[in-house]
Ligand binder design. Structure first.
Ligand SMILES: *Cc1c(COP(=O)(O)O)cnc(C)c1O
Length: 372
């Protein structure tokens, strides 16, 4: 039996925090506050301080962070139903779904073959008379933001929403954090993310007072200051105080957790030398490696070879949004890079709780033995 290299074990991820998590849970039990209250407010302050924005608004999930932000902009008169939102074609389904749920029209923009993120050279060609916003996705934890995107957005008066679900703690070379780059940053604390809750949770970061107020209303059915009076058709998307307390335990360790991922990535980057396999471009910014994704024309064979040698892998993602059954509306877009990536990407174990630096060396050596 070869040694086993698991992809991710959430019990192991949370084990170092177990005592503190249990204490934090007891604190909420004893507090009698099970909706909103001090844990949620403290997390919002701590997250805003970490990201470097005036506000953070806790919501129930990363999907809701995205869709409620877009809905809030509609309520504030900054977007209108049907407006087009540019979004990378190579992203998780939820990015695009959030645009549709808000009553807006997603327009996929193809990926850059090196960064796997939105190819900012294609922005001009994607612009139409209805383009009003751009959603940039820091996919795999790699910041997806540059001066071309920034200038394009300001030239055309576009709102910029960041899908930072995979990028907590990521930052530009100039130290601006993901979540503070656009007009709103959307985070997920889904358990597998770099900082995961013990259930669902999300948050929006912003410097915009009006947006923060509108989000606070929309997450609570659209209510105003007065109880039982409703200004908007909102949602029930409150951040659970137990999850807020869990996140508060882990949030101060964000940089250390991400450094652990970066150390494993550095080993893979250095030690994977098989010419059949391309390692990800580390980029100029602080990439936090939510996933470590290699590409190869022989993806399924490499995956089999790794599994035969005890290494679990995953594919992020096997089917891009524009090829999903429910998105036949997007099937007509020509998106060759995103389409090809779906058959070539392979995610290696990267969680520092489950993969040691010695494991990473073993996995690199196993990859180097791969032949076709
Ligand atoms: C996880 C994720 C989401 C959705 O977050 P949930 O909390 O699961 O709703 C959105 N976008 C990206 C890129 C994600 O990875």
């Amino acid at each position: 039996m070869p040694k086993h290299y698991p992809f991710l074990d959430l019990g192991k991820v949370n084990a170092p925090y177990a005592e503190e998590l249990k204490q934090a849970c007891s604190r909420v039990v004893d507090s009698g506050r099970y909706i909103g209250g001090p844990e949620v407010e403290a997390l919002e302050r701590e997250l805003a301080a970490m990201v470097g924005t005036r506000h953070a608004v806790g919501v129930a999930s990363g999907l809701d962070a995205l869709s409620l932000t877009l809905s809030a902009w509609i309520r504030l008169g900054r977007l209108a139903p049907g407006d087009e939102v540019l979004v990378p074609a190579n992203t998780y389904f939820a990015s695009v779904l959030a645009i549709s749920l808000a009553g807006l029209t997603p327009v996929p923009v193809d990926a850059d073959a090196t960064t796997h993120n939105l190819d900012t050279e294609l922005l001009d060609a994607a612009l139409t008379g209805r383009t009003r916003a751009i959603m940039t996705v820091h996919l795999y934890g790699r910041p997806a933001f540059d001066t071309r995107l920034e200038e394009f957005a300001s030239t055309h008066g576009l709102l910029v929403i960041e899908d930072a679900a995979q990028a907590i703690g990521a930052a530009m070379a100039d130290r601006r954090r993901c979540g503070a780059l656009g007009h709103a940053g959307c985070f997920s604390f889904y358990p597998t993310k770099n900082i995961g809750a013990l259930g669902d949770a999300g948050a929006v970061t912003t410097d915009d007072d009006a947006l923060a107020d509108m989000l606070r209303s929309l997450r609570n059915y659209g209510s105003g200051d007065k109880a039982y009076y409703f200004d908007h058709l909102g949602a029930n998307s409150r951040l659970d105080p137990i999850q807020a307390a869990m996140i508060r335990v882990k949030l101060p360790h964000t940089d250390r957790e991400n450094d652990g991922r970066r150390a494993i990535a550095a080993i893979y980057n250095r030690e994977i030398t098989n010419p059949l396999v391309s390692t990800p471009d580390p980029g100029p910014d602080r990439h936090v490696y939510h996933q470590y994704v290699v590409t190869t024309e022989h993806r399924d064979a490499l995956r089999r070879h790794l599994l035969d040698n005890g290494v679990e892998t995953l594919v992020h993602y096997p089917c891009p949004p524009h090829m999903q059954k429910c998105y036949s509306s997007l099937a007509g877009y020509y998106l060759p890079v995103a389409t090809q990536l779906a058959s070539r990407v392979l995610s290696l174990p990267i969680s520092p709780a489950c993969t040691t630096t010695a494991d990473a060396r073993d996995i690199a050596a196993i990859i180097n033995k791969f032949t076709i």
